[in-house]
Design a protein around this ligand. Structure first.
Ligand SMILES: Cc1cc2nc3c(=O)[nH]c(=O)nc-3n(C[C@H](O)[C@H](O)[C@H](O)COP(=O)(O)OP(=O)(O)OC[C@H]3O[C@@H](n4cnc5c(N)ncnc54)[C@H](O)[C@@H]3O)c2cc1C
Length: 466
């Protein structure tokens, strides 16, 4: 019998598998996806949010624990477990040497609307390279890896893991780590969770999934059915506004539209609905998916003029381009008069000071609702561009309640040998909201802890049996 069974094939699973193996355990990793689609959402990532007290290779200045914690507290509105959150923060300052040891390389942050050089370490080659490095290292260390092995259910006995079922096969292990993502890819579950809006629309039917199609929440629902304690709420998730022309799954990072704070955003009635310049884009991009989800038809349009070009990462789909505002409205299928009126009212309300996209500048609107509080400049320079937006779901927050050893709780009691890491327990730290790079911090911190704890639980089982 294998010591540690790891279920999942993304960052959290690989961190757990590597640490369990390094702790001396035999490890089997089951990935639902075929080899060419391995790595889940982690393969789409670019960076990790890291605490540091002084400049460190690719990280500039300092990002102390307290500031990281305050950032997290702010975006979650207090819906976070401080003890677990601080564990993530501290781990984020310690993990990078270990990551390098497994073949991960870092590079300086990208420019544009991402003000991240101080806070986030970027993976050279992105998440795909990180995942490939971890798989290579895991294979070299003797971790057994099986692809196309979706686990359908877990066999538990009074909160203790016994076996996992893959098709007709029953796989026993002394301890288990579930690191198999959220339920964002499960459209039926998302539909049920979000329900119908005031217009009778099934909101989630218009969602696009930014990452893997394999995070169906199969074990999340199995564990809930078997009495595991949950954390979080099913509609809470990381959701960004992405190009409405993106594919249903795996569109990845390049479908994100990053010019929101440089212009204005209207719904299908050509009305603005939120402050586009509320805060720096990395602190706000993750609220725009939900904002668009709340609009009729779950669609919106990000509008910029020529002044914004070159100041943000160009999305993969070109924007609609027009020499006049009425023409842009026609190309986007918006009511021409309403659209021109909205832009004119916005332009009139702009109080332009010293435009600086790298700080919370003094360009703002006056007497306009909703206000634009920074980077407000009239849209007056042709050509004008418009990007259609839909909610792009990154990952869901409903998950397993865990303790600081990542043990899954059943009726308030931690399991002795069943652990969780990554998206499936991210809700302990992220009750709502998001700040860029914290997903990988959570997966890396708790993946590493889960691996060590599972290895130690497996040894205890072995000793008890001897
Ligand atoms: C486009 C995009 C960009 C992102 N960029 C960043 C970023 O730059 N920084 C950041 O911090 N976060 C980012 N995130 C979020 C980040 O991807 C997640 O927080 C993190 O990868 C979660 O890791 P995980 O291992 O828990 O899940 P995943 O990486 O999604 O892995 C889950 C794995 O479980 C497997 N699986 C699912 N069900 C089963 C089953 N029943 N049996 C066996 N295997 C199963 C899946 O195939 C998959 O391999 C991004 C996400 C997306 C989609």
């Amino acid at each position: 019998m294998v010591d540690v069974l790891v279920i999942g094939g993304g960052n959290a699973a690989l961190c757990a598998a590597l640490m369990a193996r390094e702790s001396g355990a035999s490890v089997l990793l089951l990935e639902a996806a075929p080899r060419e689609w391995r790595g889940g959402n982690s393969a789409h990532t670019r960076n990790l949010r890291c605490m540091h007290d002084a400049p460190q290779d690719v990280l500039t200045e300092a990002y102390p624990e307290e500031e990281y914690w305050q950032d997290l507290l702010k975006v979650t509105g207090g819906q976070t477990d401080e003890h677990l959150a601080r564990m993530v923060i501290r781990e984020s300052s310690l993990c990078r040497d270990w990551m390098r040891g497994h073949g991960v390389h870092f590079q300086p942050s990208l420019s544009g609307t991402l003000h991240l050089s101080r806070t986030n370490a970027f993976f050279m080659g992105g998440g795909k390279a990180l995942i490939n490095a971890y798989y290579r290292s895991a294979e070299n260390l003797g971790v057994e890896i099986r692809y196309e092995s979706p686990v359908a259910r877990l066999e538990l006995k009074e909160g203790r893991f016994v076996a996992a079922h893959v098709g007709a096969e029953r796989i026993m292990a002394r301890a288990c780590v579930v690191a198999c993502g959220g339920f964002e890819s499960n459209r039926e579950w998302m539909r049920e969770a979000w329900g119908q809006n005031e217009y009778g629309e099934w909101t989630a039917d218009n969602f696009l999934i930014r990452g893997t199609r394999f995070n169906m929440g199969v074990l999340l629902s199995d564990l809930i059915a078997q009495g595991a304690d949950t954390i979080g709420e099913p509609t809470q998730c990381h959701a960004v506004a992405i190009d409405a022309r993106a594919p249903l799954y795996d569109g990845g990072i390049c479908t994100r539209v990053d010019c929101v704070s440089l212009g204005l955003v209207v719904n299908r009635h050509a009305q603005r609905f939120y402050d586009e310049g509320e805060d720096f884009w990395p602190k706000r991009y993750a609220i725009w998916g939900r904002l668009v989800a709340q609009q009729p038809g779950q669609i919106a349009y990000s509008i910029i003029d020529a002044k914004a070009v070159g100041r943000f990462m160009p999305p993969v789909f070109p924007g609609e381009k027009a020499d006049s505002l009425p023409q842009l409205a026609r190309q986007l299928g918006l009511d021409e008069r309403a659209f021109v009126h909205t832009v004119q009212e916005f332009n009139k309300a702009c109080r332009v000071g010293e435009f600086d996209h790298a700080v919370l500048d003094d360009c703002h609107t006056e007497g306009l609702s909703p206000a634009k509080t920074h980077w407000a400049r009239p849209l007056d320079t042709a050509p004008f561009y418009g990007y259609p937006l839909k909610p792009g779901i990154t990952f869901t927050y409903l998950g397993m309640k865990v303790n600081d050893k990542t043990a899954i709780h059943f009726a308030g009691k931690p399991s002795p040998n069943l652990f969780a890491a990554g998206e499936i327990m991210a809700g302990n730290v992220l009750g709502k909201g998001y700040t860029a790079g914290v997903g990988m911090s959570i997966g890396t911190a708790f993946g590493r802890i889960a691996g060590v704890e599972a290895a130690s639980a497996a040894m205890e089982v072995q000793h008890a049996a001897a």
